[in-house]
Each structure stands twice: as C-alpha cells, then as structure tokens.
Design a protein around this ligand. Structure first.
Ligand code: HEM
Length: 107
C-alpha cells in the first residue's frame, strides 16, 4: 500500500521500479493471504458471515488488479479507474478487518 501512495505521488509516467515493487508486493500479499485463508477453511466450519467477507475480499482484489492494470495501460478513463482502485482498496480493508474479527478466538 505504501508503495501505491508513493507511486501515486510520483505520478505518470509511473516510476518503473516503484510500479513493479507495488505489483509484486500486491501479488505476494494476495498469495500469502489466500494460502492462510485456505488452510484456515480446511480446519474450520465457516459461518456464512465469514464466507461473505471472503467473497467481498476476492471481489476487491480482482477489482484492484483490473483497475491497476487499466491505470497503467491508460486506455480507459483515468479518474474512473483511480476511483475503482480506491473503492476496492477500502472494500478489501473492511473485508480483512471482518475476517480477522470473525476468526478471532476460533483458532
Ligand atoms: C492488493 C492489491 C493492491 C493494493 C492494496 C493497492 C493499493 C494502492 C494504493 C494505496 C495506491 C495509492 C492510492 C491511489 O492512487 O488510489 C495505489 C496506486 C496505484 N496502483 Fe495499486 N494496489 C494494488 C494492486 C495494484 C496492481 C495489481 C496494479 C497494477 C497492475 C496497481 C497499479 C496502481 C497504479 C498504477 C497506481 C497509481 C495511480 C495513480 O495515482 O496514478 N495496483 N495502489
């Protein structure tokens, strides 16, 4: 995330190193989080609220990657893509808080 703000501050044309670090950290975080959530779901009987939070998180991640890609290609409206990147970011933040809250004390 920090690299996202930095990337945003430096602006277009995006700094190559910052942009790639931003993408790699995003990808790494998603992979580590997915593995952990998958492991958790294998040992837990998930409640519906948890499933909903996980689905919201997945939608957020897909929207982040799609809007991020379009931001970098620049073929779609910049402001729209940036708004989607921000909304998806907030959605994922909320979903993560909900997941941690719902799993708290269950492990
Ligand atoms: C978990 C995934 C991700 C998170 C949490 C994340 C977070 C952020 C944040 C916090 C910002 C700065 C605030 C903003 O401009 O709205 C940002 C900007 C940006 N992100 Fe991401 N991002 C993610 C994935 C990606 C991916 C996969 C790409 C590219 C394929 C990408 C491309 C960009 C670009 C180009 C900007 C700069 C936008 C601008 O101000 O011109 N992001 N991201």
């Amino acid at each position: 995330m920090t690299f996202g703000f930095w990337l945003s501050k430096v602006g277009k044309p995006y700094n190559g190193i910052l942009f790639n670090i931003h993408k790699l950290i995003a990808l790494g975080t998603v992979i580590v989080t997915s593995v952990q959530v998958y492991k958790t779901l294998k040992v837990l009987e998930p409640q519906s609220l948890l499933i909903i939070s996980i689905i919201a998180a997945v939608i957020g991640v897909v929207a982040l990657f799609a809007s991020g890609a379009f931001l970098s290609i620049g073929n779609l409206n910049y402001q729209t893509m940036k708004t989607i990147h921000t909304i998806a970011l907030v959605l994922d933040g909320l979903a993560l808080v909900a997941i941690v809250y719902l799993l708290n004390g269950k492990m």
